[in-house]
Each structure stands twice: as C-alpha cells, then as structure tokens.
Design a protein around this ligand. Structure first.
Ligand code: FMN
Length: 194
C-alpha cells in the first residue's frame, strides 16, 4: 500500500462579507483546528473575492479578475477546500456562484478531484442544509469530491460565545469529529498539489 501524503495546505472560504458574519466565525474555528494539526491555511477575506459578474466574453478577451487568478493558484497549492456558506433563500449566495464560475474556467481546473467540506451557519433552526445541497451541484459538475457529511449550525446568532467558540460542547465535538473524518477522506483522495 502506498504511504499517504501529509496534508500541507487547506483553503477556507467563508461566503459572507458581513462584518459580524456567523459563517466567518465558524470558518475561524475550523482554521484554528487545522493550524493545531500543522496544516497551513489560506482564508482570503471574502470582500476580496468580490469579482465582476462572470462574463464569458470578458474571459475570452483575457479580462480575468486578478483575484480569480490568485484563488486558482491558492487552490492548486491546497490539498482541500472548506466552505462555510450562509443559506440565502433556500440556496447559497450568488456571489459564491460567481467565484466558482470564474475559477471553473481555468485549465487545468483547480477544482477537479478537490476534496471539499461544506459547512453552514444560519439563523434559522434548520441550519442552512438546503443551501448546502445546492452548493454541491457545481462542484459535482467540476469533478470535485464533496465530502458526504456537511456541518450545519442552526440558530447561529445565539450559538457563539464572546470568544467565538461554539457554546454547545456537543456541537463543537460533532464539528471536530466531522472535520477529522474529512481529513482522512482528504488523505484517501491524494490530490496532487503544485
Ligand atoms: C438575502 C437573505 C436570505 C436569507 N435566506 C435564508 C434562508 O433561506 N435560510 C436561512 O436559514 N437563513 C436565511 N437568511 C438568514 C441568514 O441565515 C443570516 O443572515 C446569516 O447570519 C447569514 O450568514 P452570515 O452571518 O455569515 O452573513 C437569509 C439572509 C439574507 C440576508
């Protein structure tokens, strides 16, 4: 059996530019857990991913948003991608679909065979699961490997303490366990990174 390569780097995208974003808080918890396992983390400020609406003529004319290029390179150097996304109107934010569309057109694509873990913090008690079901779809189209389990945090406006920790220790443990299972999944996929 071949030796599993260590996980060097993860990219985290939290899909909300809101100052007090709950998804950013969730992403930050995951970031800390990865750093504790000596995994480098790239977590761009979501405001920097604010790209013009995707336009195929612009792409053919070479007018690629610089941040799309940058994100492509970050993803190429990452063993996995983790996304914490709000649910908007039972779906996921259009701004995130725009980012996915821009980066999907690079060849080679940086999303093929990419292991992806989806999370959502939402103010409803359902916890954003409808949005995440839809978020899988473009990644399936791109040949990414979306981890079958997703972590959803409902009633998230009350879920964090002042330090940004999840108050409910059983939820915190569930997140930790799911993340660790995802990291095993990442090792199994052995994605080549540059
Ligand atoms: C345009 C819009 C649509 C929303 N739709 C939903 C929804 O369908 N389901 C849900 O659970 N929450 C919905 N919410 C509430 C979000 O869960 C809440 O605003 C959350 O804080 C957004 O994530 P953020 O804190 O990371 O910005 C919606 C919020 C907005 C602004």
């Amino acid at each position: 059996m071949t030796e599993k390569q260590p996980i060097k780097q993860a990219t985290i995208i939290y899909a909300s530019a809101r100052k007090e974003s709950l998804n950013r808080k969730l992403a930050e918890i995951v970031r800390q857990k990865l750093l504790a396992q000596n995994i480098l983390v790239e977590m761009p400020d979501y405001a920097t991913l604010d790209m013009p609406s995707f336009n195929d003529d612009a792409r053919h004319a070479g007018k690629i948003p610089p941040m799309a290029e940058k994100l492509r390179h970050i993803l190429q150097a990452s063993n996995c991608l983790i996304i914490a996304s709000p649910e908007y109107n039972w779906s996921f934010p259009g701004s995130l679909k725009n980012v996915i569309d821009w980066i999907s057109h690079f060849r080679p694509t940086s999303l093929e065979e990419m292991p992806i873990f989806l999370l959502s913090a939402s103010t409803s008690n359902r916890g954003g699961v409808a949005g995440l079901m839809q978020l899988r779809v473009p990644f399936d189209a791109l040949g990414a490997y979306v981890f079958p389990s997703a972590f959803t945090l409902g009633d998230a406006a009350q879920a964090f303490d002042k330090q940004g920790n999840i108050k409910d220790k059983s939820q915190e443990k569930a997140l930790e366990e799911m993340l660790n299972r995802f990291l095993i999944f990442v090792k199994k996929t052995q994605k080549n990174i540059s």
